[in-house]
Design a protein around this ligand. Structure first.
Ligand code: UD1
Ligand code: MN
Length: 446
């Protein structure tokens, strides 16, 4: 019995042993094998990952390398551009402010995106008496590469190109969307004139737009009239343009040397002083600068000098304004082709103190009064000057009857001086004139 119990006990023990051993050997091996499998898989994935990572790192290295060289290139470019700008600035700042005892007058040419600016530049360079006296500065707006290249490749150091840096979009009231161009022009003018007078410190400048033809004596005209502008405080500009300069309204034979005072600001090739710019700059408008400048608050009763025969002509049919005005009017303005030595002439008769009295006498005392109705039928003594009277009611009819411009800006008719429009009519001088007791423009005339 004891033996049987012992046998059972031993048997149980050995079964237990076998079970323990076999669980110890058998089960752990399965778990281990399992783990090993997993490990191998993970190792494989790690290998793959490593491969991937090193591939990405390689690619990144290349990108970084490329970025670094691109960065270097850009820095180099910026450096060069700044150097160029600095040397150009220095060059402009160092330009002489006087030449042969006379003034140095830069010509600022406003350009945007029309490569036809070279037509204007060719003429300026052709007629310019001396580049030291008339440095040409082309100020370009609009960032147009073709125009920029045309300017850079054609002229070398014959002129300097500066670029209006602010090309940001301008917020324009919805109603004025289609006039955005006028906002850009005003911004460009403001910038360029600040550069001219405050940065490069010139004392006077001539303004030209990229669609203007130039007469051979364009520079001579400005040299000759310069001292009038400097010495007569009632003058604020010298303009090369006659708003009524069509061939049938000017003396094409003998009119080349004739100059006048006008209360209407003509623009289109004009000279101004730093003094005037200092006055206008702080209140320079956002748009429509030319109509703004014609308002009484700006003009302050000052006049411009204008020629009988224009020293500029516009060929800019396609521009910010529509081509209609060009087709109907602008294209008929005559460009002078005779050289008049203005700088050798005595032009003091244009100073207000010498001009007004004889002028009014000529208009109201020495000319024959003719109604615009009778103009075509009346027989008049040869060369006798005539005065065509007008009132608010008849101005437009009278102006149209003779072919003059019939519009007003701030109440001032084109080319008017003290209300009087001087022109040439069938071989004689003619005056479209208000009553003798005229005492100022009325901005409500339009
Ligand atoms: C008209 C006037 C012009 C005046 C302008 C502003 C006539 C014949 N012309 O311009 O004298 O300055 O109104 O009210 O009366 N430009 C820029 N940036 C632009 C677009 C144009 O700087 O975004 C420049 C042009 O290069 C040009 C000038 O502005 O020098 C005038 O532009 P243009 O397209 O000729 O407009 P107009 O209708 O003749
Ligand atoms: Mn134009």
């Amino acid at each position: 019995m004891r033996i049987k119990r012992l046998t059972i006990f031993l048997l149980a023990l050995s079964i237990l042993f076998i079970w323990i051993v076999s669980t110890y050997i058998f089960f752990p091996t399965r778990a281990f094998n399992n783990e090993m499998g997993k490990m191998k898989h993970i190792m494989k994935q790690l290998d793959e990952l490593e491969g991937g990572v090193s591939q990405i790192m390689g690619a990144n290295k290349n990108i970084l390398h490329e970025m670094a060289s691109e960065y270097d290139l850009r820095i180099e470019k910026i450096k060069k551009a700044t150097e160029k700008e600095i040397s150009q600035d220095e060059k402009l700042k160092k330009l002489q402010k006087s030449f042969n005892g006379g003034p140095v007058i830069p010509v600022i040419v406003f350009a945007c995106n029309r490569i036809t600016v070279i037509r204007c530049l060719d003429q300026l360079i052709q007629y310019r008496p001396d580049p030291r006296q008339f440095p040409i500065i082309v100020s370009q707006d609009c960032n147009d590469l073709q125009t920029k290249n045309a300017i850079n490749t054609n002229y070398g150091d014959k002129l300097t190109l500066i670029e209006q840096p602010d090309q940001s979009d301008i917020q324009v009231p919805p109603k004025e969307k289609k006039f955005k161009g006028y906002f850009k022009i005003a911004r460009h003018y403001g910038w360029a004139l600040n550069q001219t007078f405050f940065k490069y410190n010139f004392d006077t400048a001539i303004i030209v737009e990229d669609d203007l033809d130039i007469a051979p004596d364009f520079f001579e005209y400005f040299v000759g009239t310069y001292y009038l502008l400097k010495h007569d405080p009632t003058l604020w500009c010298i303009s090369a343009w006659n708003d009524n300069g069509k061939s049938n309204l000017v003396d094409m034979e003998n009119g080349a040397s004739k100059l006048y005072r006008t209360d209407f600001f003509p623009g289109l090739g004009w000279m101004l002083t730093k003094e005037l710019w200092t006055e206008l700059a702080p209140k320079w408008p956002k748009a429509y600068w030319d109509d703004w400048i014609r308002r009484p608050e700006q003009r302050k009763d000052r006049a411009c000098i204008r020629p009988e025969i224009s020293r500029t002509r516009t060929f800019g049919k396609y521009g910010v304004s529509n081509g209609l005005f060009y087709e109907k009017h602008l294209k008929y303005i005559q460009l002078n082709d005779k050289f008049v030595p203005f700088s050798k002439m005595d032009l003091t008769y244009l100073l207000k103190n010498y001009y007004d009295e004889p002028f009014l006498k000529e208009v109201y005392d020495n000319s024959i009064e003719v109604s615009y109705h009778n103009l075509r039928t009346l027989v008049l003594p040869e060369k006798q000057s005539i005065r065509i009277p007008y009132t608010k009611e008849t101005y437009k009819k009278a102006a149209r009857a003779v072919g003059l411009m019939d519009d007003f800006k701030s109440g001032v008719p084109r080319t008017g001086y003290r209300g009087i429009i001087t022109f040439h009519w069938n071989g004689r001088t003619a005056y479209l004139a208000p009553p003798r007791n005229w005492n100022g423009y009325d901005p409500s005339w339009s």
